[in-house]
Design a protein around this ligand. Structure first.
Ligand code: ADP
Ligand code: MG
Length: 353
């Protein structure tokens, strides 16, 4: 059981404030991902939750109890780091069971817990090895096993997959998802990788420069980003942002063409149009909202990315599903899926449809 609440949490290193007004409630059993660019404060926030870094403002509670000044060992949380942090002179079993050894748990209990965790993580045959006799992926599994053996009320992960190659990262990501399904514990997972965030999270917290930008389900963030930062951080390839003017009849692009988008309900004037590459389509000139030239065509097999240049507007990225027979240098008409387009005001906030 762990319902975690952060109320007006702030962090300063000396006189430098790196986080302010962090408000977040994490429900028992929830998988929360903290995502954002490097330096935005993800590790700092996780370390404050773990008790490894003092909280300089606000209230941090677990199941209603204030924990700001409770030492890490009494918070009942287990942390898994990017750097594994295994004891080099201890074999896999002893590394995994060490927390129980310190607690002086009976040996029989320790052995059964370690064996169970090793089985869960496919490490049974490796329990006698030292960390240096393991691959990166196996070491990361041992670090996860050590956390499982502690049987904590919450797991904290800080970029646990960043040191692994791409294929292994995908495999371990699935393993962490399965682990959450089986254990149903509260998990807080830090990453700079939006794909990890979208695939693992019940809810994602997007951070930028020490501030929460948005909290929501993966689909919320993809379909209804609250501002331009979230819109461009979530989704790959990244969303096209085009400058526009608001007119009587709709939204005017910089090449003079007008899109029939109704923004009459909004208090702010639209200044930019956001449209994801998958919501632009190559069409005949008659149906097009804008026309340009394909400058670069990437054939990825599952998709085709068309980097077009549109006079008056600039570069536009279109993503067609499947193989799209088009060569660099050809003229293209581009249509905007108006249902899926977003409008942003001068302050970067998304205007309500
Ligand atoms: P992230 O994990 O998102 O990459 P961090 O939480 O490590 O970011 O860092 C957030 C901010 O706090 C950064 O601007 C970083 O320079 C600063 N910071 C982190 N640790 C310290 C420290 N010990 N002393 C001073 N500033 C720090
Ligand atoms: Mg970090």
């Amino acid at each position: 059981m762990a319902r975690i609440e952060l109320q007006n949490i702030a962090k300063a290193y000396g006189s430098v404030e790196v986080m302010r007004d962090i408000n977040l409630t994490i429900e028992d059993g929830e998988f929360i991902v903290l995502v954002g660019p490097s330096g935005c404060g993800k590790s700092t926030l996780l370390r404050m939750i773990a008790g490894l870094e003092p909280i300089t403002g606000g209230d941090f509670t677990i199941d209603g109890r204030r924990m700001n000044d409770v030492p890490p060992r009494d918070r009942d949380m287990a942390m898994v780091f990017q750097s594994y942090a295994l004891y080099p002179h201890m074999d896999v079993s002893r590394n995994m069971g060490f927390s129980m050894e310190i607690r002086k748990a009976p040996e029989g209990e320790r052995t059964s817990k370690v064996q169970e965790a090793a089985k869960t993580l496919g490490l049974t045959k490796l329990t006698g090895r030292l960390p240096r006799q393991l691959s990166g992926g196996q070491r990361q599994r041992v670090a996860m096993g050590r956390a499982i053996v502690r049987d904590p009320s919450a797991f904290l992960f800080d970029e646990p997959l960043s040191n692994l190659d791409a294929a292994l990262r995908v495999e371990m990501r699935l393993e962490i998802a399965r682990l959450h399904q089986r254990l149903k514990s509260t998990m807080i997972y830090v990453t700079h990788d939006q794909v990890e965030a979208l695939t693992l999270a019940d809810r994602i917290v997007v951070l930028n420069a020490g501030d929460i930008q948005q909290v929501g389900t993966p689909l919320d963030l993809y379909e209804r980003p609250s501002n331009k930062f979230v819109a461009q951080f979530i989704g790959s390839p990244t969303m096209n942002i085009l400058e526009v003017d608001q007119t009587e009849g709709g939204i005017r692009l910089k090449d003079g063409s007008v899109l029939q988008l109704d923004v009459s309900g909004s208090r702010q004037q639209a200044s930019e149009l956001g449209v994801r590459p998958e919501h632009l389509h190559i069409v005949s000139t008659g149906e097009a909202h804008m026309s340009g030239t394909a400058e670069l065509v990437e054939h990825l097999g599952s998709d085709t990315n068309i980097h077009a240049s549109v006079p008056g507007i600039g570069p536009v990225l279109v993503r067609q599903h499947g193989h799209f027979p088009l060569k660099a240098g050809e003229s293209v008409g581009i249509a905007v899926d108006l249902e899926k387009a977003h409008l942003f005001g001068p302050d970067g906030r998304r205007l309500a449809a």
